[in-house]
Design a protein around this ligand. Structure first.
Ligand SMILES: Nc1ncnc2c1ncn2[C@@H]1O[C@H](COP(=O)(O)OP(=O)(O)OP(=O)(O)O)[C@@H](O)[C@H]1O
Length: 280
């Protein structure tokens, strides 16, 4: 479980997150939604340990992130960034194997290779495992990076090994955290869904999954919980069915929409109504 308590982040003298408190539970998919500039990536990067806050605290598994040893946290928290900066001509399978680095002593084992191969299969890239990473398309790179993140947290690491405190320690649960910054942004329709199904599979297996999405319909299809950000503050948070409503969407995104249902399809979807000339 991840927790943010009363977070304030200031950039250029201006708060870009202010008074943000939220919980991201294990076993669920939590999606961060909000307009451009709302603070979504900033919040995710705090949980990823890439930023620190000017006030408040971020904790993982009941312990402040600042107290985690980097080598412990790398065993149980994987991050899919928005863009890959990898330009060296590594092969695809080598890139995925890098995800196993926190677990490797000496050389990678046959087990590490097997995990990397399974992760590549999950993102439908096993057939391109010998390709040179920088030569891949944007969407293919994104899927390989997802495989690397999945390989990193493929297996739960025991609570004792991670020296967990609080709830996580008393229940003896292992912690796995998957942080996804716009994981579907470069993907075709089928791979958008398979990526989020994979994230959902990890969550159902006990992992804490937090993803930034722009597509409200993908959020409705895969999220259990949402954190709706607007101007650096939380506009709504909680179960998606109660937190995401047409009124909130109007308030936060400034668009009119209807929730529609197809009989037998389970979750509703959103139909955004065309903007009138006055509201444009
Ligand atoms: N280093 C920085 N210096 C100044 N302003 C920053 C810095 N980093 C972020 N910001 C500002 O903070 C706000 C939140 O940025 P953030 O990237 O978290 O938004 P976001 O919700 O992820 O947006 P998007 O949907 O466009 O990706 C934006 O207005 C951005 O310009």
């Amino acid at each position: 479980m991840l927790r943010a308590e009363n977070i304030r982040v200031i950039r250029n003298g201006r708060p870009i997150l202010d008074g943000v408190s939220c919980e991201v539970p294990a076993g669920k998919v939590t999606v961060i939604l909000g307009p451009n500039g709302a603070g979504k990536s900033t919040l995710l990067r705090l949980f990823a340990g890439e930023y620190s806050s000017d006030a408040g605290q971020v904790s993982l598994g009941g312990r402040p992130l600042s107290e985690w040893r980097p080598k412990d946290v790398a065993k149980c928290r994987a991050v899919l960034p928005q863009e890959s900066s990898l330009t060296f001509p590594f092969r695809v399978d080598e890139v995925v194997l890098m995800g196993r680095a926190p677990h490797v002593r000496g050389m990678e084992s046959a087990h590490d290779h097997a995990i990397s191969m399974q992760a590549l299969q999950r993102v439908d890239m096993a057939g391109k495992r010998e390709r040179i990473f920088p030569s891949l398309s944007g969407g293919e790179k994104q899927r390989v990076n997802l495989a690397r993140a999945l390989a990193q947290i493929w297996e739960p690491v025991g609570a004792n090994e991670l020296r967990l405190t609080g709830d996580a320690a008393t229940t003896g649960k292992a912690t796995r955290v998957l942080l996804l910054d716009e994981p579907t942004s470069n993907l075709d329709l089928a791979h958008q869904h398979s990526t989020l199904r994979e994230a959902q599979r990890f969550a159902r297996d006990g992992a804490t999954v937090l993803a930034i999405l722009h597509d409200l319909n993908l959020a409705l299809a895969y999220a259990d919980q949402v954190i709706l950000l607007c101007d650096g503050r939380i506009a709504a948070a909680g179960e998606i069915a109660t937190a995401l409503t047409p009124a909130r969407i109007r308030e936060v995104f400034g668009v009119e929409c209807r929730f529609m249902e197809i009989a037998g399809q389970g979750r509703p979807f959103i139909h955004v109504l065309p903007m009138s000339a006055e509201t444009r």
